[in-house]
Design a binder for this molecule. Sequence first.
Ligand SMILES: CC(C)(COP(=O)(O)OP(=O)(O)OC[C@H]1O[C@@H](n2cnc3c(N)ncnc32)[C@H](O)[C@@H]1OP(=O)(O)O)[C@@H](O)C(=O)NCCC(=O)NCCS
Length: 144
Amino acid sequence: MTSAPDIRLISATATYALRHQVLWPDKELDYVKIENDVTGYHFGAFRHDELVAVISLFVEGQAARFRKFATRPDCQRQGIGSVLLRRVFREARARGAHQIWCDARQDSAGFYARFGMQPEGEPFYKGPIPYVRMARALVAEPDL
Ligand SMILES: CC(C)(COP(=O)(O)OP(=O)(O)OC[C@H]1O[C@@H](n2cnc3c(N)ncnc32)[C@H](O)[C@@H]1OP(=O)(O)O)[C@@H](O)C(=O)NCCC(=O)NCCS
């Protein structure tokens, strides 16, 4: 990893361009907006003041879910996503969640497994892309 990214809370709107570019470039921009975006916590990773990765967290009681996790292609595999994901785990725990889950693209399942997330249930598809739900418990802060 080069320099550590600066992690900031950002607006949902600020996530849209990266969500679109990285996750669903063939869809309309509106496709990457989530109905309940307004209820989420949206984090951005900045390098030299430039937004290079995003993730959105939704907490419902003791369960937290993250969605629309994307690092700009030229910045992937430099440790930025790891910093962002750990931040989201801590935030979810601090907000009372005991478990965190996501619908993971199969391509990224190996990445999430490194963070203690385990597949749950059968794989499924969103369009042509295979997914699997992955989850882990959130225990004491020092573990995160
Ligand atoms: C998944 C994603 C957000 C991870 O962000 P990132 O900034 O690349 O993550 P990091 O650089 O912190 O990766 C940490 C480690 O996981 C590895 N890793 C990254 N993506 C991986 C993947 N898809 N599968 C397995 N390992 C992966 C990295 O090589 C790195 O390993 P290292 O520490 O040994 O070098 C990013 O790769 C991405 O945007 N992918 C495309 C969109 C996507 O699939 N999003 C997730 C949808 S569920």
